[in-house]
Design a protein around this ligand. Structure first.
Ligand code: PAF
Length: 301
């Protein structure tokens, strides 16, 4: 496994690999998993898929400063390079791209990639500018690596929708592969930020996945329940936990992220919907979601 810190070195390496494959008469498929490090089993699941479907796997580890707002956790974002590299090796990664901030942003950047509309609700509303930072860095990484496929976890479902839109609008030649949320055995969605949680916060945070599971079961069993009732019940469950502070509980069409008519029975809604939550426990903001088909069948949890 190679660890590369410089953009030029990464490009040269990939060029050589593509050239060698071409000499043998084959096209090199490259799977790319972008991360901010502090890797967990959720990242491992992305790497496993990338390994399975591509000749070469590139993992990037970069805590991207431009996607953090003032007062957010950029300075305390968890890092553990040694453990990350061990996990990458275990998952059969070929190249870890580990650039410095100076390498990614040598000059104050005057160019940004901005996806409109899809970024205005959910996390975009409470984290202004966040998605501009995400699309800008993902755009840069895609240009540097030029992968065949790139893998994203559906815990950040809005991020998946936004990146897909960017890739379509700007004709990036890459396939986006959304991957299911990976959870602890008790239901907590895996996140690098879970390490911030105290014991009591972690216990109470289980209400997120529990409420989503309950919502799904209710939609399946009660054909007349409306999405407004579903939303009210989730909100009530979460508010019952003293340490929880709701940022949003939202139900939208997915991946368009447009409003749904919450007054009609849920089973009458056409297309996929997302029930998405962002809730703070102390200083830690957690997100979770569930994607459902109109009949209430789970697509990804
Ligand atoms: O999901 C993340 O970890 C980040 O938003 C990403 C996609 C690596 C961009 O910095």
């Amino acid at each position: 496994m190679m660890v590369i810190h410089q953009v030029d070195e990464l490009r040269t390496y990939l060029k050589k690999e593509r050239f060698s494959a071409a000499k043998e008469g084959r096209e090199l498929s490259v799977g790319f998993v972008p991360t901010m490090g502090f890797l967990h089993d959720g990242h491992a699941s992305l790497l496993k898929q990338a390994r399975e479907h591509n000749d070469l796997v590139v993992l990037s580890i970069f805590v991207n400063p431009i996607q953090f707002g003032p007062g957010e956790d950029l300075d305390r974002y968890p890092r553990d390079e040694e453990r990350d590299l061990a996990l990458a090796k275990r998952e059969g990664v070929d190249v870890v791209f580990l650039p410095s901030v100076q390498e990614m942003y040598p000059n104050p950047t005057k160019t940004k990639i901005v996806v409109s509309e899809l970024t205005s609700g959910l996390c975009g509303a409470s984290r202004p500018g966040h998605f501009d930072g995400v699309t800008t860095v993902v755009g840069k990484l895609l240009h540097m690596i030029n992968p065949t496929r790139t893998y994203f976890g559906l815990k950040d479902a809005q991020q998946v929708a936004v990146i897909r839109q960017m890739v379509d609008d700007l004709n990036f030649d890459v396939e986006i592969i959304p991957c299911p949320i990976i959870r602890e055995s008790d239901g907590l969605a895996l996140s690098s930020r879970n390490v911030y949680l105290g014991a009591e916060e972690r216990e109470q945070a289980l209400i997120l996945s529990k409420s989503l599971r309950e919502a799904e079961a209710r939609i399946r069993s009660d054909r007349s329940v409306s999405l407004s009732e579903i939303r009210a019940k989730i909100t009530e469950n979460i508010n019952y936990k003293p340490l929880a502070e709701i940022d949003y509980v939202d139900i939208l069409q997915f991946p368009a992220l447009t409003p749904v008519d919450e007054s009609v029975p849920a089973t009458q809604i056409k297309g996929e919907i997302i029930i998405a939550l962002a809730v703070k426990f102390g200083k830690t903001r957690l997100i979770d979601n569930i994607l459902l088909s109109p009949e209430g069948v789970v697509i990804h949890v």
